[in-house]
Structures are given as C-alpha cells and as structure tokens.
Design a protein around this ligand. Structure first.
Ligand code: DON
Length: 564
C-alpha cells in the first residue's frame, strides 16, 4: 500500500513538473477590425480611437493622443519635450517627422564641464540647464497641417476636458510620484501640485494644463512658440537659471525627414532616421543577424543571444562614433546599413567565444572624416499607420514643472555627449558627431518603426527605454517573424540588451535561466541581471492578411490597446 502511495505521488509530481514545462497557449492582445491605438494610458488610447470613430484619420488621432498622454502620463507624455513619428499612408507613401528638442542658442560644447574639464554631475539631467528647446507642439501642428482632416478644436477639446476633469491615478503612477519626490523637490525647490499627495484611485485634475491647451486651440502653434505661453515659459526658465530665450522658441521648427529603409528577409522595415540612431542601428543589427538561422537556435536560447549580442555590440560602437544631428554632421547611412560593410563588421564573430568590447571600435569607412519616453502606435480604418515615440528623456524630464502652464520640461540635453568618452544617463558614449552646439539636435535612440510585408502594412511598433529601445524593438519584431509569436506574446516575452559599453548583457530580472548565464559566462560574456537597464514598454499593432489587427500593449506599464 505504502509503495503504491509512493508510486502515485511520484507520478503526480512528475506530471506537475512536465505540465510546468509545457509551452503556454498563445495569448492574443485586443483584436479589432477597423482601427486601433496602443499607448501608455487607456485614456489616451480611447481619445485617439474616438477621434477615428468620429471620422478622423490616424494623423488626427496622433495629435489628440500625443496631448492626451501629456495629461494622463506626465512621466513621459509632454508639451515640454520632443519626439519622432514614422508614418505610412494607405497608398504606401512613407515619411518621418523629427520634432526633437534643440540645444539653445546660448549653449556651448563644454557647458556641462567644470574648470578641470570634468562633467558636472546632474547639470545636464536636473533643472533648467538640462532643458532643450521643446519640439512637441511644433510636431503636432506640422502633422495637422499636412494630414489633419477634422477641426483642431475637435481634436484637442477632449484633451483639455480630460485635464480639467481629471485622470484616475494608477498604482504604478502613485509609486512613481513617491519614487521621484526628492528629485522634484531638488529641481523645483518646492512640491509640485500635480504629484504631491496623490494615491492610487484618486482623481488628478490639472486646470492649468487645460488652460494652456485651450490657448493653443485658440491661437495655434504660435501660442507655444511666440505667444503668452512662450513668454510664461521663458520667464519661468530664466528665473530658474535656464538659458532658453524667446528667440530659441521662435526659431524652433519640426522637420520632415526621409526615414531609414532596409530589407530583412521578406520584410521592408521603415524606421527613424538621424537625429535618431534608432533606424540606422536597427538596420545594422538586423542585417548582421540576417544570415543566421535564429529559428533553428530557438527563442532566447544560447546561440540566439550570442548572435544578437555580437551584432548589437558592433552597431552601438558605430552609433557612438558616426551618429548625430544630420544638419550638423555627415552620416554615411547607406554604407552603415550596407551588406558589404556589415559582413566586414561581423568578421571575427564566432559562436565559440565572446568578442570583447575592448577589442571593438567603430568600423572604418574609407573617405569618412571625421539614450522617459513613451511610444504609441495607431492604425486607422483607411489603412494609414503611424508610429510615434515621444519623450522628456528622464522620468518627468528635468523634474522641473511649470506651475503656471501645467507641464514638465525635458532634460534632453543629457542625450548629447557632454565630453567624448563620458557616459550619459543611459551609459551611452559619444564623440564629436554628438557634441553640443547651438541649435543642434541631440542624438536619440528612439525607434518608431513601420513594417511592410508583401507591400502591405504588417506592423507598427516602438518603445521607450533609452538605449534599450533599439534592442527591444528588434527582439519584438523577431519574436513574431522568426519565432511565430502573437503580437501580445512577442511584447510579453523576456528581453535582454547589449550596447557595446559597458561590456555586459543586461537581462530582465528573474526571467532567464541561471544555467544559460553559466553557459554564456563560460564563453566570455559578462551577465548583468540585477542592475537590468531594461525599462522598455513596447506598444505595437500587427495587421493580419485579412486586415484584422492585433494590439500588443506592454503590461510592464499601464499600457492599453483600444480600438473598434
Ligand atoms: O532619445 C532618446 O534616446 C532618449 N532621450 C530616450 C529616453 C527614454 O527612452 C527613457 N525611457 N525609459
């Protein structure tokens, strides 16, 4: 009897073990037939979707969603920051908009260095000196001018109403307000009305932001760059020791850019061009890994991790040397994403042993002289798709809040290379190409991306996450393309990251096997799990051949897909 009981227990424990090793059933995100917005907050996704239900297109929805994020997600959504948009119209025409912040006219190359040439800690990260000239309002008006179809008040009044009536604080928001409390105080010398004392489920109203938005509805883009809002902003910044002037605001322009395009197998990938490094780096990595059969090696398996890591190492080394604002530096984009150049970059790669970053420099190109953010994806019922990443840089940017206007200001100046070889807040190293100069745009990692398959829209994707943006977008695309995942599973899957320097692979904590780490270490890789840099939250839409779409909203945040 005892023996039988023992046998039954053994059988039970075995069946439990095997069932925990079974592949879980695929999880799908929201499925809709017509249109969808996937963003960091339900309110923003809903406002964008309602605009499309009321006859607006994806671009109208972009204008409303961008501003709704400023209201509901002040962590990264903004009026005081900047961003990038990649789009694909229903007729296949593609394009990109750069509304990245700019260095103020009075900025200098050494503005963050002390008399000994050392970087002054936090000066490019906290407070008025960290602020770049904001581009977001110019960005949304540029989109509206070219593609908008509904009256601007129809797009922005629901957003002003949201600011006035309030948003519900989530648990994650409450935790973030608490986490950054001391820095808010340090930057502002005071508590901030919209963050102090709020708990989950409270309603947060921002009447000052509602007023700012109403003035913008009435007076257009000039309100922010030349009008009352501009004056209030400049007076505030100057009273806090900042250097942005009315002239800086008046001179700001969003710029249409040609997106970076490249092929990966049967996909045509369209991504952001400089001053973001996103498209170029993504292109370099995908072209370097294209010859390898990742499917055969398997998702997040040893060899797959090695191949991605080695390609990432080489691409980030090039990033640090070649990339900057294309209006200031010449960038050999075609060469950087060419097959020949990338074959040469992968020379020396072996599955036997890690290539040490200390032995890798930027590639040599004959004739060449010489980094909180949020992402949303929208597809409308006409087939227009947009992919937008927008940011204040760090969480709540410079932490500096303009009480009279109701919004935070960016600390994007930290994305410049304050001193060659000195890491910024994402540990990224830069060189001359990304040195500070008046009116220059700082190099970005933002990677808003649209993908075509068989000449049809296949995916809209992007994420925040500083330097991990590029590698998170990469892995999510590969999860669908190579490993056959649903959009939602692809977003949920554990991620890792390598950026050349520091020479470590960063893994999302507690999601990977210790045995895998041992195997990687045996080949010479440094593993970093505890200090993971991975803060990406991928928001994406996958379009199936029958036109149905699946949203991938990242549950690492409060991100939500809404559609119809
Ligand atoms: O443009 C960039 O690359 C950075 N300013 C992005 C910052 C970011 O994604 C922070 N989010 N986690």
């Amino acid at each position: 009897m005892k023996q039988l009981l023992f046998f039954l227990l053994l059988l039970l424990s075995f069946s439990c073990k095997t069932s925990t090793h079974e592949k879980p059933a695929p999880v799908k995100g929201l499925i809709t037939q017509n249109a969808m917005v996937v963003s960091a907050r339900q309110e923003a996704s809903k406002i964008g979707t309602d605009i499309m239900k009321n006859g607006g297109n994806a671009f109208d929805a972009m204008v409303a969603t961008e501003m709704a994020l400023a209201v509901s997600y002040p962590y990264a959504g903004n009026l005081g920051g900047g961003g990038f948009m990649v789009y694909r119209e229903s007729n296949g025409r593609i394009g990109a908009l750069d509304y990245r912040e700019k260095a103020p006219l009075a900025s200098t190359k050494d503005m963050y260095l002390d008399e000994n040439g050392e970087v002054i800690s936090k000066k490019s990260q906290l407070g008025a000196m960290a602020v770049g000239v904001p581009g977001t309002i110019a960005g949304i008006f540029e989109v509206y001018k070219k593609f908008g179809s509904l009256p601007i008040e129809d797009l922005l009044t629901p957003v002003a109403d949201l600011a006035r009536n309030g948003i519900i604080i989530t648990k994650k928001q409450e935790a973030r307000f608490e986490k950054y409390k001391d820095l808010f105080f340090e930057a502002n010398g005071d508590t901030i009305p919209i963050t102090s004392g709020y708990k989950a489920s409270d309603t947060l109203k921002n009447p000052k932001l509602a007023e700012t938005l109403e003035r913008i509805i009435k007076n257009g883009v000039d309100e922010f760059y030349r009008g009352e809002t501009a004056e209030k902003l400049v007076n505030f910044l100057q009273s806090r020791g900042g250097i942005i002037t009315m002239e800086d605001l008046a001179k700001y322009e969003a710029k249409w850019r040609e997106p970076v395009q490249f092929k990966y197998k049967d996909l045509n990938i369209i991504s952001m061009s400089p001053p973001s490094s996103g498209g170029v780096c993504l292109g370099q990595i995908m072209k370097m890994i294209e010859p390898y059969d990742l499917k055969q090696y398997g998702h997040n398996q040893l060899e797959t991790i090695q191949i991605l890591t080695e390609a990432e190492r080489r691409a980030y080394a090039d990033r640090s040397f070649y990339l900057g604002d294309p209006d200031f530096v010449e960038i050999p984009i075609d060469t950087l994403i060419s097959k020949e150049y990338l074959n040469y970059r992968m020379e020396g790669f072996s599955l036997d042993q890690a290539t040490l970053s200390s032995t890798i420099n930027c590639g040599i190109i004959p004739g060449y002289e010489s980094d909180e953010t949020t992402h949303y994806s929208i597809v409308d019922e006409y087939g227009n798709a947009i992919s937008v990443t927008t940011t204040l840089n760090g969480a709540y940017g410079s932490k500096l809040y303009v009480p009279e206007l109701g919004f935070f200001l960016n600390n994007e100046m930290d994305d410049f290379s304050a001193k060659p070889g000195e890491p910024n807040m994402f540990g990224l190293i830069g060189a001359e190409a990304n040195a500070i100069a008046p009116e220059k745009r700082m190099l970005s990692s933002m990677t808003p991306t649209i993908i075509e398959k068989d000449d049809k829209l296949w995916m809209s994707i992007g994420t925040p996450g500083g330097s991990t943006i590029i590698t998170s977008v990469l892995q999510t695309i590969l999860n669908v393309k190579e490993f056959g995942m649903t959009m939602q599973d692809a977003v949920n899957a554990p991620r890792f990251h390598h950026q050349w320097l520091p020479d470590s692979i960063y893994f999302e904590p507690n999601k990977f096997d210790q045995k895998l780490f041992k195997e990687l270490e045996a080949k010479g890789y440094n593993i970093s799990e505890k200090e993971s840099k991975i803060s990406s939250k991928v928001n994406s839409i996958l379009v199936y051949p029958n036109g149905t779409m699946e949203g991938g909203a990242d549950k690492r945040g409060d991100d939500t897909a809404v559609g119809y």
